[in-house]
Design a protein around this ligand. Sequence first.
Ligand SMILES: *Cc1c(COP(=O)(O)O)cnc(C)c1O
Length: 380
Amino acid sequence: MTDKPNDISSTPSGDPWLLTPGPLTTSLSVKQAMLHDYGSRDATFIDLNARILERLVDIVHGQGTHVSVPLQGSGTFVVEAMIGNFVPADGKLLVLINGAYGKRIAKICDYYQRDYLVQESAEDVPVDTDQLDATLDANPDIGHVVVVHCETTSGILNPIAEVAQIVARHGRSLLIDSMSAFGALPLDAREIEFDAVVASSNKCLEGAPGMGFCVARETALERTEGNSPSLVLDLYDQWRAMQKNRQWRFTPPTHVLLAFDQALSEYEAEGGVAGRGGRYRANCDLLVDGMRAMGFKTLLPDELQAPIIITFHMPTNPEFDFDAFYDGLKDRGYVIYPGKLTVADSFRMGCIGRLGAEQIEGALDAVAQLLSQFGIDKIK
Ligand SMILES: *Cc1c(COP(=O)(O)O)cnc(C)c1O
């Protein structure tokens, strides 16, 4: 790593640390990588693109079976692209929902007029694999299943390996939204069978936001020709075009790609999934322990908690004013995130991005200061 996560200089602009689901804090060197203008046909830039696409396949050990296709836009763009490309007009998709991102996929199906069935559980309950098995038994017309790896709404980890096993046993195709987990939680294509996984340049890979990508099984991607209802989101067309001339079809986000290449080097230097996931796990444990010591309660039991973002119940002390809490933390250099849950009044604190123990400890100190300012000595 060119700068340590504990180095305050990684926010030289004086920006607060982002304890959010994204966009996230990036390293100074990732930001500095963007200080260049490249033409889209520049040979150096074209090589850099090829290198990025290869490394993305490597992260899931998809060499020889999977290929990666990049796409401009935020994460949702590539989620939408995956649905539009892989689920044909006469297909049917099973959407496994336990949060806002699963619901968003159902909404995409509505826009695209794709037939779908929903299997929904509460935001604090993982996807039910027995029910999945039964649903696939009862519905032979379902060709594809989509699951969210870590549902960022609550921070819950879905049982991706079991889901993949069941879907494979039924001979259906699995699509994964691993936006908030890719690169930090293991996803090995040699063990977990999937036809497509999507994620983005920001989140756990710690690049700048602005592009997504799909790592797809080549034989499955080959069959998606003509499926996409959208030109700009046509992954098949993007893939074929890049095979021909190694260039993006439309203006590439050059700065985002420069940052992403640097971010991937830092990712590899940190030790890939084990190193990155290990730091996030340490961040998560430190944060949860520290918040619990002050009396805060997590929504999820530890065994369901992914080391990505943690949902805390909103204290019910009348002195606790969330807006003042949020603003007070921001003033002290830490941005948190309001909750989006229907099951509980809550707020969230992320532990991903260029953050280490020093930042988590700093955030905990800031929380303690605010509680004392509110005159709260015991969280209710
Ligand atoms: C962040 C995220 C997305 C994409 O969100 P954008 O705001 O479009 O980048 C999709 N799914 C999950 C699970 C996410 O965490």
